[in-house]
Write a protein that binds this ligand. Structure first.
Ligand SMILES: [Zn+2]
Length: 212
C-alpha cells in the first residue's frame, strides 16, 4: 500500500487515506473489513472482532514523544495466556510509527523497526538476561504464548496476524525495554524505552466516568 493514497473500504465504501510511511494493514473502523494490507502468504489478515478494552487510550488520543506530537491511529491486541496487551499504533513526524504498550504501570514506547535475532534467543525465559546488539543488558519480565491477534484502524510494521508464537518483554533499571516475538527458533525484537504517563502528556483519553 502507498503512503497518502486513498483507499475505498470494500465493505462500506468509506474512504481512508493511509497515514504511515510503512503501514502493514488498514482495517475499517466502520465495518471491520480489511481496507488494504501489505502482508503475503499465511499471515494475510482476515476481519476479526477486536474485544473492547479497559484502557483510557483510544484511537484519536494524542501525546508527546521526544518533542514530537503523536496521534493514535490503530490498535493491535494480543491475547496472551494470562493477560492481554494492546499495541497502540501512533503516527508522529509526518508518517513514522510509534508503538505504545501499557506495561506494569508505565508505558513502553517502541519507535524502532523489527530486528531478527539469533535462534539461541528462542530459548528466552522470564528472569533470563539478554544482551542487545548495542551491548545493552535487559532481563526478561515475562514470556507468554499468544493465543489471539485482533486489530483495528491503521497498523504499522507488524509480522504476525495469527496466534501461535510466543512473546516476551525484557527491561532494565534504566528504563530500556524490548518486546520480542518468538516463532520456530526465530526471534524478532523491537527496542524502546519505558516512560511514565505524565511524560506522554496524553490528551483525548477516556475518563473514568466514560468507562462502561
Ligand atoms: Zn468499511
Amino acid at each position: 500500500m502507498t503512503h497518502n493514497k486513498v483507499y475505498s473500504c470494500p465493505g462500506c465504501s468509506t474512504a481512508y487515506e493511509v497515514q504511515l510511511e510503512r503501514a502493514t494493514l488498514v482495517v475499517c473502523r466502520v465495518c471491520s473489513e480489511i481496507i488494504t494490507d501489505a502482508v503475503n502468504g499465511s499471515e494475510k489478515p482476515k476481519p476479526a472482532h477486536i474485544p473492547d478494552d479497559w484502557s483510557f487510550l483510544q484511537i484519536g488520543t494524542t501525546g508527546v514523544y521526544k518533542n514530537y506530537n503523536f496521534t493514535v491511529i490503530g490498535r493491535l491486541r494480543l491475547q496472551l495466556r494470562n493477560e492481554y496487551k494492546n499495541f497502540w499504533c501512533a503516527i508522529y513526524e509526518g508518517g513514522k510509527c510509534l508503538w505504545i504498550v501499557e506495561s506494569f504501570g508505565s508505558f513502553a514506547l517502541f519507535s524502532s523497526t523489527w530486528q531478527e535475532i539469533k535462534s539461541e534467543s528462542a530459548h528466552l525465559h522470564a528472569g533470563k538476561k539478554i544482551t542487545l546488539a548495542n551491548k545493552v543488558e535487559l532481563r526478561g519480565e515475562y514470556v507468554e504464548k499468544c493465543e489471539g491477534v485482533s486489530y483495528t484502524g491503521e497498523i504499522g510494521s507488524w509480522i504476525f496476524f495469527y496466534p501461535g508464537f510466543f512473546v516476551m518483554q525484557a527491561s532494565n533499571a534504566s528504563g530500556q525495554t524490548a518486546f520480542i516475538t518468538i516463532k520456530k527458533s526465530i526471534a524478532h525484537i523491537l527496542t524502546g524505552e519505558k516512560v511514565t504517563l505524565k511524560e506522554l502528556n496524553l490528551k483525548n483519553i477516556l475518563t473514568w466516568d466514560e468507562w462502561k
